[in-house]
Ligand binder design. Structure first.
Ligand code: KG4
Ligand code: ZN
Length: 315
């Protein structure tokens, strides 16, 4: 819930059930959304100390994401707005990640570049204003978060794997193993080769020593993470130099990664760029970023109509 761009409540119902299956099961996600949505909205209102009648507009995520879950949110938002007689505002999930940077005390100045890294996307975005963003480069295969999650799965770690790898890496040697750096377009990313290289390395080492993962998990995590962070920041640096921006930001679930946060800050310091990193709770998917994105669209009077439908892929 947000008033004048200030967040009053940010209720996130994490779907722990997916952990049991080692990944998100789309049908289960839709059912859990269906079960939780009324309770979550009621909690958001009560934590903000507001009633539904005091709301001016309803913002919701239209996509990209899992279609079943998005349909639940879209239907609820439409009904809620219709029932209250207030406007409906659709929000692009990836734009909202970028705009999470405006929930801080010192927001970025336009134009700036944002490295948006989540479970489904890896993008370098040129942000012109609150509403206009241009993707200047993205992943041609797996997203950075997906690369973390798949590596964690290969190592037998719980889902989601990103935070697990982050934790293990803190006591590992980032130079212990090396992974191939893909040779592709200047602003393009590719992470599937790194994951495959980890798979082959693990297979080979496990033949010699079945305890290999157990013994070296910290070093594997640190080396793998080091490779991903290196690629992300190297591309971002090239883009920042080419586009001559003074402010840089990171966003999305992977921006919660401690090594990425640290090295991004160091890079910006060395180059004289101002670094922007959302606070931890606004990196992974959250309601506050959708609220702030809807707030900016409301100021521009960009409303959705009742015919609107969600989309699974970025448009
Ligand atoms: O933005 P997000 O919450 O959901 C999507 O839009 O996909 O991002 C989730 C992704 C997952 O792949 C998760 O493993 C990754 O963000 N993630 C991390 C960390 N925390 C979450 N990856 C690396 N290090 C972390 N600390
Ligand atoms: Zn997300």
């Amino acid at each position: 819930m947000c008033v004048d761009g200030k967040i009053l409540s940010n209720v996130v119902s994490s779907q722990l059930a997916h952990g049991e299956y080692g990944g998100v099961i789309p049908e289960l996600a839709s059912r859990l959304h269906q079960q939780q949505i009324v309770r979550v909205v009621q909690k958001a209102l009560s934590e903000a100390g507001m009633t539904a009648e005091q709301l001016d507009a309803i913002g919701f995520t239209r996509g990209p994401g899992l279609l079943g879950a998005l349909i639940v949110g879209t239907c609820f938002a439409k009904s809620f707005a219709l029932g209250l007689g207030i406007p409906l505002i659709d929000v692009n999930h990836m734009h909202a990640h970028v705009l999470a940077n405006f929930l801080s005390e010192n927001p970025p100045e336009f134009p700036f570049l944002c490295l948006t890294v989540s479970g489904g996307h890896t993008q370098i975005v040129r942000v012109k204003n609150y509403l206009e963003m241009e993707i200047i480069g993205q992943s041609i295969d797996d997203a950075a978060g997906e690369a973390f999650d798949k590596a964690a799965k290969l190592m037998g770690l719980p889902y989601p794997g990103g935070p697990e790898i982050d934790k293990l890496a803190q006591s590992g040697d980032p130079q212990a193993f090396s992974f191939p750096i893909p040779q592709i377009g200047t602003y393009e990313f590719s992470f599937s080769g790194i994951k495959t290289s980890l798979l082959y390395m693990l297979k080979k080492e496990l033949k010699n020593d079945p305890e290999f993962i157990q013994k070296r998990k910290q070093d594997i995590a640190a080396s793998y993470q080091n490779c991903i962070v290196h690629i992300l920041l190297q591309k971002l640096q090239t883009a920042a130099e080419a586009y001559d921006v003074k402010h840089l930001a990171i966003a999305g679930g992977v921006s919660a990664n401690s090594e990425l946060r640290k090295r991004f800050t160091e890079l910006c310091l060395a180059k004289g760029w101002t670094a922007h990193i959302p606070s931890f709770e606004y990196c992974t998917d959250n309601a506050a970023m959708i609220a702030i994105a809807a707030y900016y669209k409301m100021q521009a009077e960009q409303y959705a109509d009742q015919k609107i439908t969600p989309f699974a892929r970025m448009k």
